[in-house]
Write a protein that binds this ligand. Structure first.
Ligand code: IMP
Ligand code: MG
Length: 176
């Protein structure tokens, strides 16, 4: 068990399980994007570890970039998605794969999808290591999912609780 600020967390998903999921996701992406040079776009801060390990499993030619779009404070989604920063590249005609740490309500993914449509991308795929189907309020299909998880707060492997826990190599779940 670990403590971050005022809350306790219990081990939930191991580093080895995460790596196996990312390998599977990378191979699925590779099979779908044969002949393309995709642009992987990680959504900061949470996705920094996901993108690094996903990209190591992707053996084809690709580009890697990051954007930032914070929508979260504490353990509950604010529902208000702020604007996107860091997109400097021309993405017109490109195959873009947005890489998320976690899709919760789907507000972030919905906003990102709208932005990439404006940029006239050739195709947009969405990859997320974690997905909370019971919290999801959108009907946007997710292309590559690592784990479907219960609607409980998790930390580690890039995910934080009020700034702490991102450096943990495995994932922990909020203790009841
Ligand atoms: P959404 O817009 O509600 O889908 O939320 C997406 C963002 O909320 C993620 O990229 C995370 O930054 C954050 N988030 C959602 N659930 C969790 C969680 O269980 N732990 C930590 N952050 C979370
Ligand atoms: Mg995030």
């Amino acid at each position: 068990m670990i403590q971050l600020h005022d809350k306790q967390f219990v081990p939930f998903i191991t580093a080895a399980e995460i790596d196996a999921a990312l390998l599977r996701m990378a191979k699925q992406t590779e099979a779908d994007l044969t002949g393309e040079v995709p642009v992987f776009i990680g959504v900061l801060n949470g996705s920094f570890m996901v993108v690094a390990d996903f990209a190591k499993h992707y053996t084809g030619p690709c580009e890697v970039s990051f954007v930032k779009m914070a929508s979260y404070e504490g353990t509950e989604s604010t529902g208000s998605v702020k604007e996107l920063i860091g997109l400097s590249q021309n993405l017109e005609g490109r195959s873009v794969v947005v890489i998320e740490d976690i899709v919760d309500t789907g507000h972030t993914i919905e906003a990102l999808k709208k932005i990439f449509e404006v940029h006239k991308v050739k195709q947009l795929k969405i990859a997320t290591l974690f997905f909370k189907p019971l919290a999801y309020t959108k009907d946007i299909a997710l292309d590559y999912i690592g784990f479907e998880i219960p609607d409980k707060f998790i930390v580690g492997y890039g995910l934080d609780y009020n700034g702490l826990g991102r450096n943990l190599p495995q994932v922990y779940q909020l203790k009841e």
